[in-house]
Design a protein around this ligand. Structure first.
Ligand code: VGL
Ligand code: ZN
Length: 211
């Protein structure tokens, strides 16, 4: 399949400093991904980049829930929520995209998690599983039916985005070596189980480009 085909898009998830080593919610080796993602990007005409983009005091921050610590879980009106260190605060350095990311032809930068009271791992649907970001409409109106997902973190934002892409009817692949995971409490294994069960394809970058 020629990736430059207009029906294919690359979704580059949350390649932001707070998810890089040294960041507030560091994902090991996240900073090794930009060269590979840049190379993948040259093979797509349609590239969408996402940013986790929270207001200060966001509901997903442990600091917003006295008595709770990061990586603990809490029950919110929309269901269980893992609590995180403060991260990706709108306009902060940690929320900026890694400077080595070089995707000048990307046409959409989608910011998610902007609602103070609802988290959004997925680039399609917020954590209440009801509020849409508009990405489904953007892709469908542009004739895109196939998406390839890369970035951070594989077991959270990449996984939820890929599952929702499938549920919205897109043929969906996760490019495994173009992702890195947080991997807490079995989250990576669970993410793959759930993604594969809903029909997400698991592939490697060398299936698309010469290593
Ligand atoms: C993410 C946890 C909290 C991610 C975002 O990008 O995977 N994880 N916010
Ligand atoms: Zn977040």
């Amino acid at each position: 399949m020629p990736l430059s085909a207009p029906n294919c898009a690359l979704l580059v998830i949350d390649m932001q400093y707070d998810f890089m080593p040294g960041g507030a919610l560091a994902v090991a080796d996240g900073d090794t991904l930009p060269p590979l993602i840049n190379r993948l990007g040259t093979h797509f005409t349609q590239v969408i980049v996402t940013q986790d983009w929270h207001p200060a005091g966001h509901i997903s921050f442990a600091s917003s829930h006295p008595g709770y610590k990061p990586f603990e879980s809490i029950t919110l009106p929309y269901g269980p929520q893992t609590l995180w260190p403060d991260h990706c605060i709108q306009g902060s350095h940690g929320a900026r995209l890694h400077e080595d990311l070089d995707l000048p032809h990307a046409q959409l930068i989608l910011r998610k998690g902007c609602n103070a009271h609802i988290d959004s791992y997925s680039a399609f649907l917020e954590a209440d599983r009801t509020t849409a970001t508009g990405l489904t409409g953007y892709l469908k109106e542009r004739g895109i039916d196939t998406v390839f997902v890369a970035g951070l973190a594989l077991d959270f934002c990449v996984s939820w985005t890929a599952q929702d892409a499938r549920k919205a009817g897109f043929t969906t692949y996760v490019i495994e070596d173009a992702c890195r995971a947080i991997d807490m409490n079995g989250s990576l294994e669970n993410a793959w189980k759930t993604m594969l069960a809903c029909g997400v394809g698991r592939m490697q970058s060398e299936d698309l480009i010469v290593p």
